[in-house]
Design a protein around this ligand. Structure first.
Ligand code: C2E
Ligand code: MG
Ligand code: MG
Length: 270
């Protein structure tokens, strides 16, 4: 169903206050060991009547009206809170990737806020990953490298999301200090079409290129064993997709992937 942007905008502040934005997690799988190497935080808006809205229905509206700054900050804090809760329960945290819109990324106090979150929740180095898109990479490039390095110095990793969708520039891979490359699902879809030899060759070479640059890769949208085999044979490191699991609420993720004894009463307010 297509939602009315005005209706979304009218409800967003109240929804944030009433905690209707929920953190869902989708596992990221190490293709060599098949173990869970991390997870991606994905937002779901669960309305008063229990209806679920997906990000594609409201993120574009929030990017337009600026509300993304508040939502992304909230999701970031929820993620940090979750990591701390795992640790409080004696569970070794796995790295969590959080999507960041261009708007929040260029806020003047952004790195100070990240530092504050890292300190408040005592997040170990390497456990928080920020996913930025090529759109960010294209803007204000001279400031970007400095900002990325500042963030990395806090112990936060940077992942380039949706690589291959927009205006991918290969030179960007050489110039920006990024820690991981996430290849857009569209790439894999095209390359899995037996008639599309050219797309397959391109994807294969992107994996090789990333490997030569020592840049770990995540293939998004792995849905079939055949696609997984392609990616593994081409040297892809990690995979994410419905073949392994769909994004799920934190509670379900904990039971399935974190194997801890959680105290139902006090834990996981998320
Ligand atoms: P993304 O960051 O590229 O996330 C991957 C999307 O692919 C997710 O959609 C995920 O559910 C979906 N996906 C995963 N595996 C498969 C698969 O095997 N097949 C198919 N068809 N899809 C798969 P989702 O959760 O609907 O999110 C869509 C986009 O919304 C995300 O794309 C991201 O760009 C944005 N988004 C999600 N949460 C946030 C957030 O908290 N902040 C911001 N700024 N953006 C967000
Ligand atoms: Mg992402
Ligand atoms: Mg993506």
């Amino acid at each position: 169903m297509k939602r009315d942007p005005d209706e979304i905008a009218a409800k967003m502040h109240e929804a944030l206050r009433d905690k209707e934005f929920k953190l869902y997690l989708q596992p990221k799988i190490d293709l060599k060991t098949k173990s869970t190497a991390g997870a991606e935080a994905l937002v779901r808006w669960i309305g008063k009547k229990g209806e679920i809205l997906f990000p594609n229905e409201f993120i574009p509206v929030f990017e337009q009206n600026g509300f993304c700054i508040f939502l992304d900050d909230y999701m970031l804090e929820q993620t940090c809170r979750l990591i701390r809760q795992w640790m409080k329960n004696g569970i070794e945290p796995i790295p969590i990737s959080v999507n960041q819109s261009r708007l929040i990324f260029f806020q003047p106090d952004y790195t100070a806020r990240l530092q504050q979150l890292m300190e408040t929740y005592q997040i170990p180095r390497g456990v928080l990953i920020l996913e930025i898109t090529e759109g960010i990479a294209l803007e204000k490039e001279q400031h970007l490298t400095a900002r990325l390095t500042q963030i990395q110095n806090l112990g936060i990793q940077i992942s380039m999301d949706d690589f291959g969708t927009g205006y991918s520039s290969l030179t960007m891979l050489g110039s920006l200090p990024i820690d991981e490359l996430k290849l857009d699902r569209g790439f894999l879809l095209k390359a899995s079409d037996p008639a599309d030899t050219r797309s397959r060759i391109i994807l294969q070479h992107i994996f090789q290129l990333a490997k030569s640059l020592n840049l770990p890769t995540v293939a998004e949208g792995i849905e079939t064993v055949e696609q997984e085999t392609f990616v593994r044979n081409w040297g892809g490191d990690y995979g994410q997709g419905y073949l392994y699991d769909r994004p799920m609420p934190v509670k379900e993720f904990n039971t399935k992937y974190m194997r801890g004894n959680f105290n139902e009463k006090t834990d996981f307010i998320i």
